[in-house]
Design a protein around this ligand. Structure first.
Ligand SMILES: Nc1nc2c(ncn2[C@@H]2O[C@H](COP(=O)(O)OP(=O)(O)OP(=O)(O)O)[C@@H](O)[C@H]2O)c(=O)[nH]1
Ligand SMILES: [Mg+2]
Length: 434
């Protein structure tokens, strides 16, 4: 099992500002308020796409911002709400809030959608503030900021393609040539003791997971060499790339190698033997390789096998890209791996739903010559107020008073004229009313 990871930033769109406007119709002497509400900002939404297998796309794009809502308009027309930004993720993606470590969602079934960053609500226009005592208010609300956060995406992946072959034929070298994986490479047998996995970018938008497996030898199905354990890993892959050393540097015959490994696969399980298989004829940079390959082809055909052969050099990377493209192509025609097996063990996990119960608690403290109010809720509120409007400022003051902020300031010793700061953006004078 291997975990593909990505860290990304998501932000909902800002809500559109509400506006202040009045009706101006010739026959209405004091036209009433007519400022429309701003539209809501778009959400950032994750949607499961079963066609995706890795988190490769998130290596290139890490910021996802949904569009903002439109401003309100005159004649009580509301601004349009923005469209959601839909981001596709592969099945099995676990979404974690990077700050809290909390699991926000387990993305499991095709088409499943989860909002990961809400757009801000649109601000209200002045018509919403009209009351009997103030029929023509000059108040409007700014749109709310969209929710924003860093997310860690984790995907437990199984390999799509497994590299099999004798020890030292160049399996690890090939993996390192096509992915960011850095497996140990050595000119001695059994350099690789546990499978390494890497994500391969086929270069045309497709990606898949490639596993470098420990070398197999005759008798592996009975546990010889590193044996069984790794045959089990191969069993979980959908496509086999059989790596054969065409330089025959160790004195073995390449075609006999190929037959031996296939026999081991078949003895372990019939299903393995019938798995689609490509042949990577490796070490073609060696001088003797061309002759060995010709002989290999001749005997393969003679025996009636129809496997595709890709002459490559993992060392110089010659031919490697064509092999990877062909893997991606074949994978598209094969049924998806049974990811559900993995999904079961995360299904019971707590899933946090981003529901906003406003937290009205706040802290008032003294900082040198001023008072500081700490409260995400109040800061958020303040950002929505258009302080150029006296009425809006008064409304904000009323809300603060109702929440008990004024009393708390007084208890801490605030006097008329003292400076009060909210968060890092806003500063006021504390004004005691007569
Ligand atoms: N000339 C040449 N040498 C290669 C090529 N690919 C790998 N080698 C060499 O072959 C040796 C074995 O390479 P590895 O990638 O460790 O082989 P492996 O199949 O992973 O071996 P195990 O992990 O032991 O099963 C190393 O010395 C590599 O440098 C190639 O294309 N050409
Ligand atoms: Mg190796």
């Amino acid at each position: 099992m291997f975990v593909d990871k990505a860290k990304i930033f998501v932000q909902g769109g800002k809500g559109g500002d509400g506006i202040v406007a009045f009706r101006r119709e010739a026959h209405v002497p004091f036209g009433g308020p007519a400022g429309g509400d701003g539209g809501d900002g778009g959400n950032v939404v994750f949607e499961v796409d079963e066609g995706l297998r890795t988190l490769m796309d998130f290596r290139y794009q890490k910021h996802f911002k949904a569009p903002p809502g439109e401003k309100g308009r005159s004649k009580n027309r509301h601004g349009a709400s923005a469209e959601d930004l839909v981001v596709r993720v592969p099945p099995g993606t676990v979404v974690i809030d990077d700050d809290t470590g909390e699991v926000i969602a387990d993305m499991t079934w095709h088409g499943q959608r989860v909002i990961v960053a809400r757009g801000g609500r649109g601000g209200r226009g002045n018509s919403r503030f009209a009351t009997a005592s103030n029929p023509a208010p000059y108040i409007s609300e700014n749109g709310e900021e969209g929710e924003k956060r860093w997310l860690v995406l984790e995907l437990k992946v199984m390999a799509d393609v497994g590299l099999v072959g004798f020890p030292s034929v160049g399996k690890s070298t090939l993996l390192s040539a096509v992915s960011a994986a850095k497996p140990k490479i050595g000119d001695y047998h059994f350099t690789t003791l546990t499978p390494n996995l890497g994500v391969v970018d086929a270069g045309d938008g497709r990606s898949f997971v490639l596993a470098d497996l420990p070398g197999l030898i005759e008798g592996a199905h009975q546990g010889a060499g590193l044996g069984h354990e790794f045959l089990r890993h191969i069993e979980r892959t959908r496509l086999i790339v059989h790596v054969v050393d065409m330089s025959a540097a160790e004195g073995r015959d390449p075609y006999e190698d190929w037959l031996t490994i296939n026999r081991e696969l078949a003895l372990y399980s019939e299903r393995l033997a019938s798995r689609p298989q490509l042949i990577a004829a490796n070490k073609m940079d060696a001088p003797e390789a061309a002759g060995h390959l010709a002989e290999f082809r001749r005997r393969l055909e003679e025996d009636g096998h129809r496997h595709e052969i890709f002459p490559i050099s993992a060392l110089t990377r010659e031919g490697v890209r064509q092999l990877m493209l062909r893997c991606a192509e074949i994978l598209e025609t094969l049924p998806a791996a049974p990811a559900a097996e993995e999904v079961k063990d995360v299904a019971g996990r707590k899933v946090y739903r981003a529901e906003d119960q406003p937290d009205e608690t706040f802290v008032v403290r003294r900082e040198n010559d001023r008072f500081v109010i700490e409260s995400p809720h109040i800061e958020k509120l303040a950002r929505r107020i258009n302080f150029n409007s006296h009425e809006a400022a008064l409304r904000f003051a009323r809300i603060m008073r109702k929440m008990g902020v004024d009393d708390a300031l007084r208890r801490k010793g605030a006097k008329d004229g003292d400076l009060v700061r909210i968060g890092n953006e806003f500063e006021f004078e504390f004004v005691e009313r007569e």
